[in-house]
Design a protein around this ligand. Structure first.
Ligand code: BF8
Length: 655
């Protein structure tokens, strides 16, 4: 059977650079994905490589239903069942995702303590209000103490969350009481962040936990330690250190690169270095140095989640999302790609060899063969930033003539933190989610969807756009993070004018009244914790039930690829949110495990997983779920009335 070739991307800048890569004879993630089909047994979660008696492969029979006999035969050398294998793999992926977000959280905490103790010159506490709020939440004395003294206590309290052995994570108290009780009843309340990750690795070791129910229960506990632990700590402390985001205008796509300037991309996830690079790049001395090398200036742009961080706080433009990282080098105008941690393709080093680009690794935990390592030292932040900028500038004269910058770049507004949404809706002096709740209750807004996650070359790049457009057309307000936020921004959905063009009449009327886009950029992937806070604020404001699972709120990761996405999805589900993933589903090799996640979890957590690779069909699963919640809340009738309102119909016809 000839497999249908998938369209590579819906983004014309990406297509343009793929054509250039092909004529330049360089390989990219797209061409490598086409050349190497995914292993079907691994993809369905039916391969166990957790000991040296294997790897054991226990695939589902192909082309026919599994029989009882098949099921009995589907065992590894130790007798492990296909169910245990699928659940173990799934839990390990969650543990890796949680570890990544949480190690980021730990690093921020270390940085925060260094700043508070005056050991990190160049950084300071920017959001005093948030600092004091956290002190109040934790019962830390404020009195006449300085911000730095208070910050030392907050930093220490949060640092202890990682190694805590007993008790409950502190931020869990932010969740609605009913949710906290449910977690206790299900035995999934996380104790310490590191403890849950270590226990996940232990349970999934050969011969430990061999019941998929308890393995997956621990997967839930581990994921909650991410969303309400490591990720939330990272978001909160970054906000205090670098400022809580507020709306900021910028541009996105490869067209932000400039022909006559030194182009530097900051890429990865942890923003400490990028924060200071954004400042030092404006130093007249550095700009003069760039001019001395023949450039007109320095052009800083971001990639992946480090991009989201510096976009939200400095308006630094974004060059692209995950699958565009190699393509930025293919333009031939990139002097340096400066990387920290996570989602950095090793292919960058190879591709940089074909052009003049320098790949500069900066984090002690993330080295790459073929790259230049210039380690960031937070105690000498400005010096680190200056040295890296100078290395990029020195590379400008090496630029060749094989250059092409795609013309595409799009305006966007970013910076919709949970606090900003609060202010925008309710005003500075009566900040509240009340207007959002009211508009959900009266049916103008049908519900809220968090559409998050990655790109994946196994599906069409940025195809999630169909999902997002379908949702807003049906009056669902969309909140986005990570690479999905970038896909919508590139397509022009993150400007206020998009409401009239793409949103249903109800959603458009609210967006126009408040002056917001119908699709809100909420931040980086760790900022999915902001979505938890926004949903909690909706519950606390009243009228939409008394638990997160009562809300007409749904989640999706239509192009996911990373283990972090799976951890996020699992903490959404365990927080009561229906969450649909695209691409593939990693437990499909076990019907029992998949049923447990897709059906039984609904009973247990009030939220469940789903898998649907078609973005439009997935959008309708989400809308159906929203309507189900509206019905349970008794607000389905208000929406029906809205639908038959004549004025609304006229508005719809005018669009
Ligand atoms: O953390 S969305 S590809 S960049 S994993 Fe990575 Fe996925 Fe992008 Fe940000 Ni999140």
């Amino acid at each position: 059977m000839v497999e249908k070739e998938i369209k590579k991307s819906i983004d014309s800048a990406t297509i343009d650079m793929l054509e250039k890569a092909s004529s330049d004879g360089v390989s990219t993630a797209f061409s490598r994905a086409a050349a190497m089909k995914p292993c079907p047994i691994g993809a369905e979660g039916s391969c166990c490589s957790n000991c040296a008696m294997g790897p054991c492969r226990v695939p589902l029979p192909r082309g026919r239903e599994e029989t009882l006999e098949d099921k009995q035969k589907r065992k590894g050398v130790c007798g492990v069942t296909a169910e245990t294998i699928a659940a173990r793999n799934f839990t390990r992926m969650i543990a890796a995702g949680t570890a990544s977000h949480s190690d980021h959280g730990r690093e921020v905490t270390k940085m925060f303590l260094a700043v508070a103790k005056g050991e990190a010159p160049g950084y300071e506490i920017k959001d005093e209000q948030k600092l004091l709020q956290l002190a109040l939440d934790f019962g830390i004395k404020i009195g006449d103490r300085s911000n730095n003294e208070i910050a030392v206590d907050i930093g220490q309290t949060l640092s202890d969350e990682f190694g805590k052995q007993e008790g409950e994570l502190l931020f869990l108290k932010r969740a609605p009481l009913k949710r906290q009780e449910l977690w206790r009843k299900q035995g999934v309340t996380p104790r310490g962040i590191d403890r849950e990750v270590v226990e996940a690795m232990h349970r999934t070791h050969m011969g430990t936990d061999q019941d998929y129910h308890s393995l997956l229960r621990h997967g839930v506990r581990t994921a909650l330690a991410d969303g309400w632990g490591g990720s939330m700590i990272a978001t909160e402390l970054q906000d205090i250190l670098f400022g809580t985001p507020s709306p900021v205008a910028s541009e996105i796509n490869l067209g932000v690169l400039k022909k006559d300037e030194v182009n530097i991309i900051i890429h990865g996830h942890e923003p400490y270095l990028a924060e200071i690079i954004a400042v030092v790049a404006q130093d007249p001395e550095i700009i003069d140095y760039a001019k001395s090398k023949g450039a007109k200036g320095i052009n800083l742009a971001g990639m992946c989640c480090t991009a989201n961080e510096v976009l939200m706080r400095h308006g630094v433009p974004i060059a692209g999302n995950f699958l565009q990282q190699e393509l930025a080098i293919v333009t031939g105008v990139l002097e340096a790609v400066v990387v920290d941690v996570q989602c950095i393709m090793q292919g960058l080093a190879d591709i940089a060899n074909c052009y003049h680009t320098k790949v500069i690794t900066t984090d002690r935990r993330a080295h790459m063969q073929g790259a230049t390592h210039m380690e960031f030292d937070e105690h000498k932040g400005a010096q680190s930033a200056k040295a890296i900028l100078c290395a990029a500038i020195d590379n400008f004269p090496n630029r060749g003539t094989n250059v092409r910058i795609p013309k595409e770049k799009t305006d966007l507004i970013a910076g919709f933190s949970h606090e900003t949404i609060n202010y925008l809706l309710g005003g500075m002096f009566r900040a509240s989610y009340r207007p959002l709740n009211d508009n959900i209750i009266n049916g103008r807004i049908r519900g809220v969807a968090g559409v998050v996650g990655c790109n994946n070359p196994r599906v069409t790049h940025d195809m999630q756009l169909d999902m997002v457009k379908e949702l807003i057309k049906n009056d669902v307000l969309v909140l986005q993070t990570g690479c999905m936020a970038m896909a919508s921004a590139k397509a022009g959905l993150m400007v206020p004018e998009a409401a009239a063009k793409y949103a249903g009449a109800g959603l458009a009327s609210v967006c126009e009244a408040v002056g917001i886009p119908p699709v809100l950029h909420v931040g980086a992937c760790i900022d999915n914790s902001r979505l938890l806070m926004a949903a909690t604020a909706m519950v606390k404001d009243g009228g939409l039930g008394d638990d997160l699972s009562d809300l007409p709120v749904v989640g999706a990761a239509p192009e996911w690829m990373s283990e972090k996405a799976l951890a996020i999805g699992q903490y959404f589900v365990a927080s009561g949110v229906f969450t649909v993933f695209g691409v593939n589903w990693p437990t499909i090799g076990s019907k029992e495990v998949t049923k447990y996640l897709f059906e039984d979890f609904e009973e247990m957590y009030g939220g469940t997983w789903a898998f649907e690779p078609d973005p439009i069909k997935a959008a309708h699963l989400m809308i159906a779920q929203i309507d189900k919640k509206r019905k349970a809340l008794g607000i389905d009738k208000t929406r029906e009335r809205i639908l038959y309102d004549m004025e609304m119909r006229r508005e719809l016809e005018a669009v």
